[in-house]
Design a protein around this ligand. Structure first.
Ligand SMILES: Nc1ncnc2c1ncn2[C@@H]1O[C@H](COP(=O)(O)OP(=O)(O)OP(=O)(O)O)[C@@H](O)[C@H]1O
Length: 268
């Protein structure tokens, strides 16, 4: 069966600086990984600058690889073309890091939900007001909120946790098959982080979603993931079942990460 997602020898090189004296940075180097059709949470863990966000951007089709290829359900990840991008984004949705940046402070949060519902109506037709509200309310119900609770509110009128959950609900409106969540809880109060990452496990179970969870926090990754990929300096240094990676890390970097997890009180 065709994989849901496959990255094959993916490399991304950025050029920094001017034409003269500029330098190249290899953000991601020869990364290969796959997600099967079975719903799964895959965490990509690594320190700052290890290439995690660059991988997320390539999976979302926001930037093309310099080498290698990315396929979603057997077709190249759509980077160009409005129609192709829209069709692709119906199936693959991002959850952004900072909900306070994702939402304009002067815009009511329900507007974001309604705009997404309008853009991704199931049959591609212009949905009625009732349908739009129903799509928003259904998505919110999956994350434990309702439209009545967020309607008419500005971002500052919701808690950080509620706002991040609303951002996740927005990503659910197109009924995607894959969520790409890049550090989705790093800006959320420590006491709420676990509730939000637990939500991912719930969504996997309830909606059959696969989730790529990008984080520098091995503890939350271990807790919710089926598989973990550990990155260092743009390369995968270890990957495997979450339990195997944490119980018996093979690479010195993974061992050091585990030590760091065990020696600090996890903020979860
Ligand atoms: N648009 C860009 N142009 C030039 N260099 C970039 C660009 N984006 C990322 N880089 C560089 O690529 C490398 C990997 O960055 P990336 O953001 O993918 O890492 P990360 O693991 O997500 O880090 P963080 O956890 O801090 O977000 C870094 O050296 C970064 O400076």
């Amino acid at each position: 069966m065709t994989d849901l997602l496959s990255l094959s020898h993916v490399t991304k090189i950025y050029r920094q600086g001017g034409l003269l004296g500029g330098r190249h940075i290899t953000a991601v180097k020869d990364v290969s990984l796959t997600l099967g059709q079975e719903p799964e949470i895959l965490s990509i863990v690594g320190e700052s600058g290890s290439g995690k966000s660059t991988i997320a951007a390539m999976i979302l089709g926001q930037t093309a690889p310099s080498e290698g290829r990315l396929d979603f359900r057997g077709s190249p990840v759509a980077v160009h073309g409005r129609v192709e991008r829209r069709a692709f984004m119906r199936q693959v949705q991002p959850v952004l890091q900072n909900p306070f940046e994702a939402f304009n402070p002067l815009k009511r949060v329900d507007r974001y939900l309604f705009e997404t519902a309008r853009s991704f109506a199931p049959d591609g037709k212009r949905p009625s007001r009732e349908e739009i509200e129903r799509m928003a309310d259904t998505a919110l119900s999956h994350i434990g909120l309702s439209l009545a609770e967020v309607k008419g509110r500005f971002p500052h009128e919701l808690s950080g946790g509620q706002l991040q959950r609303t951002a996740i609900a927005r990503a659910l409106i197109p009924q995607p098959r894959l969520l790409v969540a890049d550090e989705p809880v790093s800006m959320v109060d420590a006491s709420l982080r676990m509730a939000i990452v637990n939500l991912f496990s719930q969504l996997k179970k309830d909606l059959g979603l696969s989730i790529i969870y990008i984080t520098h926090d091995l503890a939350t990754a271990y807790y919710i993931s089926d598989r973990i990929v550990i990155m260092k300096k743009g390369e995968i240094v270890e990957q495997g079942q979450a339990r195997a990676v944490l119980d018996n890390p093979q690479h010195p970097y993974s061992q050091a990460l585990k030590e760091a997890v065990l020696s600090t009180t996890p903020e979860i």
